[in-house]
Design a protein around this ligand. Structure first.
Ligand code: G6P
Length: 605
């Protein structure tokens, strides 16, 4: 998704601006650009290709300057063509980059046309550039502040003006922006990651903040122009580039990192204590009577899985909602409900908005399960639990998902204890099962060669069904999502008991039905569902636990999972589905780490 980098320095900052974009590339984009102020004039380069091509352009044209802004764009308003790529200029005097969506851009555009401004792009962004230009009276930060006061929607922006050498002005509302403090140089970015290598001293801007960066100072004001102080944080964790090592893609690397990331996420303590979730958790956990989980994409599926654990282990009613639905529907608030936001990035616009919506409705108990300690989501919730997946580069989430599952299982057991449903010996048993996960995962990863053999057949399919029951229904949903995201094969997941209510009509000899078959209480029911597909000639690809007695047969292909994992089984069963999607995508030659049209962190709604 869109990324912003800005810098003022006494050296040529173009390499910093390009390197920053490179670090944000994994988030997904379809065009990019950079603008600098040099000799009192704006100069820019834009590309509808990759950042590497932009880099080649700036080297060839010797684009250099001591203040500048750069951007990766993920198209919302207007196709990914050069005219729509940022930075966007106004009258060759002002350059602007923008993340987010401006909802009232149409009336603003008409108003600005009336003032004589010409529009050369289809973007909502051009409206902001011209609006600031029209309000400029010699003071850039005031013009930006007045302009953003007229915007409805979400934005993070960075602005250059020819009359202000060595100055970058930024503003945020609904999209993240962070200031990086250097020695006689200062930086701005939509993600701290972009500034790794330049500085580790960061100031996270809050909603409504407007900032002005010069060589010697950073000034932050609120929407009324009153100066504000924001805490400076040292964030060393962002240093260092992520290396691919022996792997072909980051997604493959991240799948194989899971034994370690899961091990890192399991609390090192000997028992589950509410304080694992924050100082206020013991009181909050004793007050709550139910849970509301909000999330998007893969994180939503971890929430769906957790519902089974929370209701069976902690006996606490749990509702799981797609964040973009919850934020716009009428719901019945309950002050004793714990609102749990699950997010890898902690910046997903819909999840953040759902959280704020819940808070506005009076929900006071909030918890984030998140992979980024400095993210807006963690800062917004009273309680938090950090997953330790490390930086996830592949757009299709893998290790973030399994670490979220670990976190949510810990939450279920902790709440079970608080509510008197988990005894000390059960707690010890759950902890033992968790600690066994890394070793168990290593034996699941050893199934890769068998999965590669399946993926060669899968690569020729147009469509696939994913079937699961109970705890593994959300895992079927996640498996189908993975296949869609990176191989572009249409896939749908069903709770296997629903087959007879519709999807059986799709089953022919060419239909692949991937089935998750753990040895749990629903196994016999699932075996009947398998027969329903076989009887209609469908091709079954079954991941069966070692002790299920499901064996290879005509139309029935079986990969045997090394063990049976009990309640933690979803964390193990999702891994072969990740590998199946990955190898199928490789066989089809898709861009696995940057699938078409998708973004890693979706900071617009
Ligand atoms: C995007 C990503 C998905 C991710 C979803 C939610 O769609 O491509 O992989 O699951 O956002 O992201 P979050 O950071 O909130 O977990």
């Amino acid at each position: 998704m869109c990324g912003i980098v800005g810098a003022v320095a006494q050296r040529n900052i173009v390499p910093v601006l390009i390197e920053g974009l490179r670090r944000l590339e994994y988030r997904g984009y379809d065009s990019c650009g950079v603008a600098v102020l040099a000799g009192g004039e704006l100069h820019r380069a834009r590309s509808v290709s990759r950042v590497a091509e932009l880099d080649a352009q700036v080297r060839e044209t010797h684009l250099e300057g001591v203040s500048g802004i750069s951007h990766t764009r993920w198209a919302t308003h207007g196709a990914p063509v050069t005219d729509n790529a940022h930075p966007i200029f106004s009258c060759n005097e002002l350059a602007l980059v923008h993340n987010g969506i401006i909802e009232n851009y149409e009336p603003l555009r008409e108003m600005l046309r009336g003032k004589g401004y010409e529009f050369v792009s289809q973007t909502d962004t051009e409206v902001i550039a011209h609006l600031i230009h029209s309000l400029y009276r010699g003071d850039l930060i005031t013009a930006v502040r007045n302009a953003v006061g007229e915007l409805h929607g979400a934005y993070a922006i960075a602005v250059l003006h020819t009359a202000h050498r060595n100055t970058v002005v930024g503003a945020r509302q609904g999209s993240p922006l962070v200031v990086g403090l250097g020695e006689h140089e200062n930086f701005l970015a939509s993600d701290a990651l972009a500034l790794a290598g330049s500085t580790e001293r960061l100031v996270f801007l809050e909603e409504g903040d407007v900032c002005e960066l010069t060589l010697a100072s950073v000034r932050i004001v609120d929407r009324h122009g009153a100066p504000i102080e924001r805490e400076t944080r040292e964030v060393a964790a962002y240093g260092g580039a992520v290396e691919l090592g022996p792997y072909r893609h980051f997604m493959q690397k991240e799948i194989f990192e899971q034994p370690r990331t899961i091990g890192d996420t399991i609390p090192a303590t000997d028992s589950f204590d509410a304080t694992l979730f924050g100082e206020a958790a013991p009181t909050a956990f004793s007050e709550i009577d139910s849970l509301l989980i909000v999330a998007c994409g893969t994180s939503y599926y971890s929430g769906l899985t957790a519902k089974y654990w929370l209701e069976s282990i902690a006996k606490i009613p749990t509702q799981v909602e797609i964040a973009s639905e919850y934020r716009y529907r009428d719901s019945v608030p309950n002050a004793n409900q714990l609102v749990v936001a699950i997010s890898q990035s902690g910046e997903t616009a819909d999840t953040l908005a759902a959280l704020k919506h819940a808070q506005a409705l009076g929900h006071k108990h909030t918890l984030s399960v998140c992979n980024v300690s400095t993210s807006a989501m963690v800062r917004l919730t009273v309680l938090s639990f950090l997953t330790h997946a490390g930086r996830e580069i592949g757009v299709a989430s893998t290790k973030a998902f399994t670490t979220q599952l670990v976190a949510l299982f810990v939450l279920a057991v902790t709440l079970g204890k608080v509510r008197g449903h988990v005894t000390a010996s059960q707690e010890a048993d759950y902890l033992r099962q968790l600690r066994h996960l890394p070793a168990a995962l290593n034996s699941v990863l050893a199934l890769e060669p068998q999965i590669i053999a399946w993926s060669e057949e899968f690569a020729r399919k147009d469509s696939a069904l994913f079937l699961g029951r109970g705890l593994h229904y959300p895992i079927a949903l996640e498996g189908a999502l993975k296949l869609k995201e990176i191989s572009y094969i249409h896939a749908e997941a069903y709770a296997a008991g629903e087959l007879k209510h519709g999807p059986l009509a799709l089953v022919t000899q060419t239909m692949a039905a991937v089935t998750i078959a753990p040895n749990d209480a629903l196994l016999e029911k699932l075996k009947s569902n398998i027969q329903e597909v076989r009887a209609r000639g469908g091709q079954l690809y079954v991941f069966a636990d070692a002790d299920t007695k499901i064996v290879n047969d005509e139309g029935l292909h079986v990969i045997r999972m090394p063990e049976h994992y009990g309640l933690l089984s979803p964390i193990l069963h999702v891994v072969p589905l990740q590998l199946l999607a990955y190898h199928t995508a490789c066989a089809r030659g898709t861009d696995v780490d940057k699938p078409r049209n998708l973004a890693k962190s979706v900071t617009v709604e």
